[in-house]
Design a protein around this ligand. Structure first.
Ligand code: ATP
Length: 454
């Protein structure tokens, strides 16, 4: 944290004393004012961290009213300023009044330069410490840190998140795999009054149905073979905080009914338990699937849909968020460059063009994956399209393709086929290569008519 130049303002109407102070404190390059108006002008112009203020200012050099007004004006304008008031000999009452009004310290005339100097030094020191503190706090208060939103649709989403955060509304984040659903859910939590309480995430697609119930709702000792002790579920662990249910579209029907009950009545029952336990947790769900279509197919309960989608936020795929891919790539690059101890300079022009052109079927996660790999493997000082594994995509036979959608679809299919090929048809491995989840790769295979039994 870099220090700023120290600047002292001396508000004093006695010319003899002013001269003495100027000479004594020239290391601070002091600025001067003789009355309240001039003092305020100097505060505006020079933003001094420390002010030495004589309380007996004209037109009432014998009273303290004008000095007290100057004190309050300065603090209103620049509350962090350390104001040291100078009072008449023995006038403790005024000094105490000034301290009560926000002055940092006081000093009684006659002025002894060495003592005043110590007080001033300490005031600058405290100001620096407080500034550091303010900065650290501001960093912690920026919960959207790390979330990059350059494109208009993403900026709109961030504004929505900021509005929804203080409420308890159950929110559904709908977006393709890797598009940032979890980052947004976390931001929502951190911006909410629940921020001090836990954020508990669970991926409904990753856990087999019979285990998901006990993961979610917990179980009592002896509820089933292996249930050796009472165990709390994710819902209970999120007490006071936020429960993030990822891939809600993949939740089995039976469990949907239990989740609905929790959302309606705000109570749960542990597996093998006999009584209801009230839980106060805000629920945020996410899915890459089209819940309306799932409802039509009878796979998702309509009543649950209306409960989880009190507010729906649709996150567009990365390819539709103009400017985001490059901005996120650059931020990811900085992080990876540091993390892997490399000293690369950035992206070459062809890499940037490839990032803009690529269809990003795996969205930000794919971007993260490619940038990380490129940072580790790049030979030169700049990352080029080849390091990103995008050289072919850029040079693909695009003359034969009519529009952007077709280009993207072709790139998506190409990447899919390549990864399946490289993984010898092993879906999990192919998903890892592409940086997408298993359900997402099945969706992509369906979309491109690729046989899952291949
Ligand atoms: N706008 C963004 N700015 C910076 N990083 C982002 C952004 N969006 C996503 N990321 C990063 O991309 C990765 C994937 O994001 P996230 O896990 O939130 O996606 P998701 O939609 O929840 O994925 P999935 O559907 O596969 O669970 C994370 O590492 C996340 O930090």
């Amino acid at each position: 944290m870099n220090a700023v130049a120290e600047r002292l303002l001396i508000v004093e109407d006695d010319p003899g004393l002013t001269r003495q102070l100027r000479w004594s404190f020239d290391q601070y390059d002091p600025v001067f004012a003789e009355d309240r108006g001039a003092a305020i002008d100097q505060v505006r112009r020079h933003e001094p961290q420390v002010v030495l203020l004589d309380l007996g200012l004209p037109p009432e050099a014998d009273g303290i009213d004008e000095g007290m007004r100057a004190l309050s004006d300065i603090l209103r304008l620049a509350p962090a300023t350390k104001v040291i008031v100078v009072t008449g000999n023995g006038d403790e009452e005024s000094a105490i009044k000034a301290i009560a009004a926000g002055a940092y310290d006081f000093y009684q005339k006659p002025v002894e330069i060495q003592v005043v100097e110590l007080i001033i030094q300490r005031a600058f020191h405290i100001w620096q410490l407080e500034r550091q503190n303010r900065r650290l706090r501001a960093d912690a208060d920026r919960p959207l840190d790390g979330l990059i939103a350059i494109s208009e649709p993403m900026r709109r989403i961030v504004r929505q998140i900021e509005k929804i955060a203080p409420t308890n509304a159950t929110t559904l984040l709908q977006g393709d795999t890797g598009s940032g659903k979890e980052v947004l859910a976390r931001a929502l939590h951190r911006l909410s009054p629940r921020a001090e309480h836990p954020f508990v995430a669970i991926n409904c697609a990753a856990i087999p149905e019979h285990l998901l119930e006990s993961e979610l709702f917990g179980y009592e000792k002896g509820a089933f073979t292996g249930a050796q002790k009472q165990t709390l579920g994710k819902v209970e662990l999120a007490e006071g905080g936020t429960l993030f249910l990822d891939e809600i579209g993949d939740m089995a029907h039976g469990l949907q009914a239990k989740l609905l009950r929790f959302l309606q009545e705000r109570v749960i029952e542990r597996v093998g338990g006999r009584h209801e336990i009230p839980v106060d947790a805000r629920v945020v769900c996410a899915t890459h699937r089209d819940l309306q279509a799932l409802i039509a197919e009878g796979e998702f309960r309509e009543d649950l849909y209306y409960r989880v989608a009190e507010i729906t936020i649709r996150i567009p795929p990365l390819r539709d968020r103009q400017g985001d891919a490059i901005a996120i790539a650059k931020a990811l690059f900085e992080r990876a460059n540091k993390e892997h101890g490399r000293s690369l300079r950035g992206f070459s022009a062809d890499a940037l063009a490839a990032i803009e052109q690529h269809g990003w079927p795996g969205n930000v996660r794919e971007l993260e994956h490619r940038v990380n790999r490129a940072v580790i493997l790049a030979d030169g000082k700049l990352i080029d399209a080849e390091d990103l594994g995008l050289a072919n995509a850029a040079a693909e036979d695009d003359d034969n393709l009519l529009n952007l959608r077709q280009v993207r679809d072709a790139a998506e299919r190409g990447a899919l086929e390549k990864s399946l090929g490289r993984a010898d048809g092993n879906i999990s491995k192919a998903a890892r290569l592409l940086g997408v989840s298993r359900p997402a790769i099945y969706d992509l295979m369906r979309k491109h008519g690729i046989d899952t039994n291949n």
